[in-house]
Design a protein around this ligand. Structure first.
Ligand SMILES: Cc1ncc(COP(=O)(O)O)c(C=O)c1O
Length: 375
């Protein structure tokens, strides 16, 4: 059997990782400003994570959601404290798309409606409704194109207001920093206005924090820069530092109903251990503060260097977009091949930086030098 060929791959196999560095099968070292697509939060192969995961694997890897799992309870308490949502509930699933599916499903159970508002250039995943609220017709199959969604310009409150006032909108789903969309940021006035409109019209406000959350923006959640509390928050990527898991953080205004949501794998023992180890390290090493500090430093350096081809540098914390006046493709490829440095990308001309949250200022300086060398 061959692999189903859907990924345009670099001709590189990564075999080993440590902190912000990875090594390929030839022993070549790379600086990782991509974090495996914003997944690596505490750094590759953190010793505390490895130790906790190994111990758990030697004890119990999995049992189903038909019995008590005290690790889930521990995680809910720890995460509630860490993110400032102690009065909310946690439901654990397995991927970003699945968290968003459950968020929209819960919103629809809540108010009985079926329309969703989503932003232009939004990305929320590749399954059923998650892909329908993703503003990319190329990945929406006919079976997913069910007319639930209206896409609206980011930060254009009047446009969202016009739709919400029809009193038939189930939920608004929004990334406070768009990732795939090219590091486009939601403004505080817009989100605060949206919060008010949602309250007035019984519409559920969902913040997709799958890429911009979990400390990446320099606060635990990107929406916390904007002074708003959403009804539902989805998290994935950094929560498990590579162990596939995700969560839905649920306002107390929702009443849990037995059997309404469920999953086989979600919140299993190994997944919860991964998430607990991640929280230990995020707290112990003050990685949210580090994201704020090193992010500001790196954005500052990129802005002050007057780099050729760079027309804009934007972002918050360690979620940074570098917009170029040329397609990113050659520059990004040369960064990998010649400078041995991984970055992400968006659209046709944005380089996206999503490094592990433990990156140092020295790593940031190192990146700037490698980047200069390929411009
Ligand atoms: C903002 C956002 N939402 C949802 C997803 C989907 O997550 P997953 O690939 O884990 O389903 C992603 C993945 O890149 C994302 O960036």
């Amino acid at each position: 059997m061959k692999l189903y060929d859907v990924y345009p791959l670099f001709d590189i196999a990564i075999e080993k990782g440590k902190g912000c560095k990875v090594w390929d099968s030839n022993g070549q070292e790379y600086l990782d400003l991509y974090g495996g697509h914003a997944v690596i939060s505490i750094g590759h192969c953190h010793p505390h994570y490895v130790e906790m995961m190994t111990k758990q694997l030697n004890t119990l890897g999995f049992y189903s959601n038909s019995v008590q799992n005290p690790l889930q309870q521990q995680l809910a308490e720890r995460l509630g404290r860490a993110c400032g949502y102690e009065d909310y509930f946690l439901f654990l699933v397995n991927s970003g798309a699945e968290a968003n599916e459950n968020a929209m499903k819960l919103a629809s159970f809540y108010n009985g409606r079926t329309r969703i508002l989503s932003a232009e250039k939004a990305f929320h995943g590749r399954t059923s409704l998650a892909v329908e609220v993703t503003n990319n017709p190329k990945i929406i199959a006919p079976i997913n194109n069910n007319g639930h969604v209206t896409y609206l310009p980011l930060n254009d409150l009047e446009a969202w207001k016009k739709e919400i006032e029809k009193d038939d909108v189930c939920a608004c789903i929004i990334e406070c920093i768009q990732g795939v969309g090219g590091i486009r940021m939601v403004e505080a006035d817009f989100l605060q206005g949206l919060r008010k409109l949602c309250d007035e019209h019984n519409t559920v406000l969902i913040c997709d924090e799958i890429q911009c959350g979990y400390g990446r923006s320099g606060k635990f959640f990107a929406h916390q820069h904007l002074g708003v509390r959403p009804d539902l928050i989805t998290v994935a990527k950094g929560i498990g530092n590579g162990f596939p898991m995700s969560g839905l953080i649920i306002s107390p205004k929702f009443d849990a109903v037995y059997g309404q949501l469920g999953t086989t794998f979600g919140g299993n023992h190994l997944a919860c251990t991964a998430a607990l180890a991640v929280l230990d390290v995020i707290e112990g090493e003050k990685l949210v503060d580090n994201a704020a500090e090193v992010g500001e430093y790196l954005i500052g350096r990129l802005k002050s260097e007057a780099l050729p081809h760079v027309v804009d540098v934007r972002g918050r914390g360690l979620m940074i977009g570098i917009e170029l006046d040329v397609p990113y493709k050659e520059i990004r490829t040369r960064l990998v091949k010649e400078q041995h440095c991984f970055t992400g990308c968006s659209g046709t001309n944005v380089i996206r930086l999503l490094p592990p949250l433990c990156i140092t200022k020295a790593d940031a300086d190192d990146f700037v030098e490698r980047f200069k060398a390929v411009l």
